[in-house]
Each structure stands twice: as structure tokens, then as C-alpha cells.
Design a protein around this ligand. Structure first.
Ligand code: IPE
Ligand code: IPE
Ligand code: MG
Length: 249
């Protein structure tokens, strides 16, 4: 009997944190002869399925790149549509997230968001805060260079006030200034839609992540595709600069 992809996964070798660049909504819409926003709407089904799948296999953290700092430069109509969709999606999905024991977090420049979006996010985070399952982190109005610049600003300000000593700055101290403070680095980064770039996503945190690219457009991506990526991840040798023999030994 053939085992499903999910059954072939080794539960002892799962990444604790998976990050996804959800790309290809616009192209999906074009293929269906529709406006871009139609692709974004259908992207919600993919988000739902992936959250469910991540919970089923026991992933700890799932970070979803939903809107980048650079995306503010898109046509006004699309940006407005995406903001409304965000509010709608949070409203319609909260019950489901609660049922799945999901906690919610957000990273990004919240000051840039319309108030209704910010408030909706805050209230959803509050409602789900005592859940103990998968933590979903939405990256909204996020870019890695923004995040790193903010961290440097805060650090320099703390150094000026003598709250930290510049000679004591370490990798770990720097991480405590990032918006992902306390969250383990993603071991697996997935990007859909056949684009091979990072688009300013989590640059510091993915220093040693395994990268997985698929041609599937985001609205077509489902939990089975996530399991496929996880299986692929499990077949890689993560050497961290060492030799294969050292890893085997
Ligand atoms: C990803 O899909 C969603 C966002 C960036 C908000 P795109 O809208 O980038 O879709 P493509 O890349 O144009 O197909
Ligand atoms: C990256 O996708 C951002 C998100 C998925 C939210 P883009 O479609 O904006 O990235 P580029 O423009 O192809 O680099
Ligand atoms: Mg894109």
C-alpha cells in the first residue's frame, strides 16, 4: 500500500519553523481571466489549508509573508483591496483558528497600516493569545531591511543611554532587537510561483534556512504541497559548515 506524503514524514525531523513567501496571486488571476484581487481572494483558501496542515503535523511556527514594505507601491486600488481582504479574512477565519488552537502574531511596520486593519489584527491576536498549538506569524508591511534598520536604531539609542555596552553586543543580543525576538529561526523557507528571490524577507533569520521553490501559484497551494516541501527538507543534509562524515558520525 502506498503511503501518503504525510505518512512518509519523519515526525522527529520536522522543522520547528517554516516561512512562506506566498507569491503568484496576480498570475493566477490572469490565468483565470480575472482581476488581480480575485487571485488574492483565492489565496485565502491556500492560507487556510496550509495552517491546517502545519497544525496537523506539529510545526511550531509558520510565518507567512502577506504584504511587503515594497507592496505599498502597488496601484492604490490593489493596496486598498488587499487591506479590505485582510480585515475580511481575519473576521471570517478567527473561529477556525480558535478551533485549531492557533496563536497569532504579526511582524512589520504597523504604523503604516490603516487603523481598521491594525485594530482587527490586535483584537484577533488578543482572542487567540492563550492557544497552545501552532503560532502563525503574519508579515505585513514587513521588509527585512526595515526590521534590521529599526533594530539598529533601538540598539544605538540604548547604547547612548548606557542601557547596553557596545563591546558586549553579540549575535544573540542583536536578535533580541528584531521583531522575531524569542522565535526560533526558520529552518525551511518556501516560495511559490517559480520566482527565485527573497524579496526582502527575513534576511537575518534565514541565514541557514533550507530554500524550497515551487512553480505552484499561491492560490493553488495546499497542505499536501507543504508536506511535499517538508519531505524534501527531510532528505537534505544540513551540514552547517561541517563535512558529511562529521554529520554521519
Ligand atoms: C503575492 O502575489 C501576494 C502579494 C504580494 C500581496 P502577487 O500579487 O505578487 O502575484 P504575482 O506575483 O503578481 O503573480
Ligand atoms: C513578495 O512578493 C511579497 C509577498 C509575497 C507578500 P512580490 O510579488 O511583492 O515580490 P517581487 O516583486 O516579485 O519581488
Ligand atoms: Mg508577486
Amino acid at each position: 500500500m502506498d503511503l501518503s506524503i504525510k505518512e512518509r514524514l519523519d515526525n522527529s525531523k520536522l522543522p520547528r519553523h517554516v516561512a512562506i513567501i506566498m507569491d503568484g496571486n496576480g498570475r493566477w488571476a490572469a490565468r483565470h481571466g480575472s482581476a488581480r484581487i480575485f487571485g488574492h481572494e483565492h489565496g485565502i483558501e491556500a492560507v487556510r489549508s496550509v495552517i491546517e496542515g502545519a497544525g496537523e503535523v506539529g510545526i511550531g511556527y509558520l510565518t507567512l509573508y502577506a504584504f511587503s514594505t515594497e507592496n505599498w507601491s502597488r496601484p492604490r486600488e490593489e493596496v486598498d483591496g488587499l487591506m479590505s481582504l485582510l480585515v475580511y479574512a481575519i473576521d471570517s477565519e478567527t473561529v477556525n483558528l480558535m478551533k485549531n488552537n492557533v496563536r497569532l502574531g504579526v511582524i512589520g511596520d504597523m504604523k503604516m497600516l490603516p487603523r481598521r486593519v491594525r485594530e482587527k489584527l490586535e483584537s484577533c491576536i488578543e482572542k487567540l493569545k492563550d492557544n497552545t498549538g501552532l503560532t502563525v506569524i503574519l508579515a505585513i508591511s514587513y521588509s527585512a531591511k526595515w526590521e534590521i534598520t529599526e533594530a539598529v536604531k533601538k540598539m544605538v539609542s540604548d547604547a547612548t543611554r548606557e542601557r547596553i555596552d557596545p563591546s558586549q553586543i553579540t549575535n544573540e543580543l542583536f536578535e533580541s532587537y528584531l521583531s522575531t525576538k524569542g522565535i526560533p529561526d526558520p529552518e525551511l523557507l518556501i516560495r511559490t510561483s517559480g520566482e527565485y528571490r527573497l524579496s526582502n524577507f527575513l534576511l537575518w533569520q534565514i541565514a541557514y534556512a533550507e530554500l524550497y521553490f515551487t512553480d505552484i501559484l499561491w492560490p493553488d497551494f495546499r497542505k499536501e504541497d507543504l508536506f511535499e516541501a517538508l519531505l524534501n527538507f527531510q532528505n537534505r543534509e544540513r551540514r552547517f559548515g561541517m563535512t558529511s562524515e562529521q554529520i554521519a558520525g
